[in-house]
Structures are given as structure tokens and as C-alpha cells.
Design a protein around this ligand. Sequence first.
Ligand code: GAR
Length: 209
Amino acid sequence: RARVAVVISGEGSNMAALLYASRLPDTATEIVLVASNNPDAAGLALAEAEGVPTWSLSHKGLTREAFDDALDDALTAARPDAVALAGYMRLLTPAFVARWRGRLLNIHPSLLPKYRGLDTYARALDAGDSHAGCTVHLVTEDVDAGEILGQVAVAIRPGDTPDTLAARVRLAEHQLYPATLAAYVSRFQDAAWIEARLDELASPLPEVS
Ligand code: GAR
């Protein structure tokens, strides 16, 4: 199974979805670490209760480089094949992104390329869109702009507020992320796929047994 580290900042409901999906029979993934920049993140306590190794370090008072270096060390020690950002609310340094390229995924609460960044629900409502949604994508230096791996559209209902919409998008996220992650890491066993993407994958190449 592919070793996956999950990086969170808050509630961690997507992390929980990834974790419980990894415990279904015949899954492609194993959660080997939950890491956070917020030692009080609720998701850390859940991971601990479920017996998953955790790591946290407050980013406060650290430069972005110093924090990302510490996160990188913690991830490297866990030897993940893929790293899943799940409600990680900080920008990453270009060096960190390069270090994990091709193996670093994120979930974003909009139908990218629409509404990169924050306040995606209010922006979709203000625009009068018929649908909001969520996207799993590869992380590149440009925020929320990497290759799209999967999306689910969520209908906007009359009377929706950012909060009511967010709650339904979250349900869709919990389906999308585990399925998309599993499909992506399964490609790590495909020698031809890896060969075709050598320039887009961080070294050492993922090894999945
Ligand atoms: C999720 O909706 C995720 O898409 C979003 O934060 C929420 C985290 O919830 N991520 C971003 O906005 C990233 N820019 P969770 O902690 O319960 O998984």
C-alpha cells in the first residue's frame, strides 16, 4: 500500500475521511503520519486516538523557510509515497513544493480554475453560479493551479449561505479525496507512467509495495 502523510491546520475532517477510507478492505493507501502547524488542531487528537503517528509544530515565530524545513524533516522521516494537504492553510515555500513535486496533493473547495484562494463559497454565491464544488489537484508553486486530478460539482440551492454551502461541499470532499488519492497513488506502480513523468516527480521515485 502507498504510504501517505496528511498535513492539516484545523478540524481535519478530510484527514478523517482519508484515514477511514484507508481502513476499508483492499485499499491502496496507509496513513503513516498526520502533521500540523497547529498543535491544537482537532484533527491531531483524532489521529492520536486512532493510533496514527502525529507531528506538530507551531509556525508562530518561525520563518516560512524554517517551518517548512521542519515539516520536511518530519515528513521525510515518515517515508511517505504521497503527501496530502487537507485543510492546510499556509503557503508553502518553492523549495518544499519542489522537494515533493508530483507527490504533493491538495483539496480545494471550488471548481478550479474558478476561485483560487480563500472565500470560495461566498465568491460562488456572489457570482450567481449554479454549482460550487471541490477539486483535488497536484501542488505547484502557483497556489491552487496544479494539474487537476478530480472534481465533484455541488448544486447551489436557493437560500444557501457560505456556511450551508460549505457543509455540502465538505460532504463531497470526503468522497472525492480518498478516491482521487487512491487512483493517483496506484499509478506509482505503473513503470510506464513513472517513466513518462520523470521530470515531474520528486526523487527518489516513489516505491510502493
Ligand atoms: C476543506 O474544505 C478544504 O477544502 C479547505 O479547508 C477545509 C478543511 O476542512 N481547504 C482550503 O481552503 C485550502 N486553501 P477539514 O480540516 O475539516 O478537512
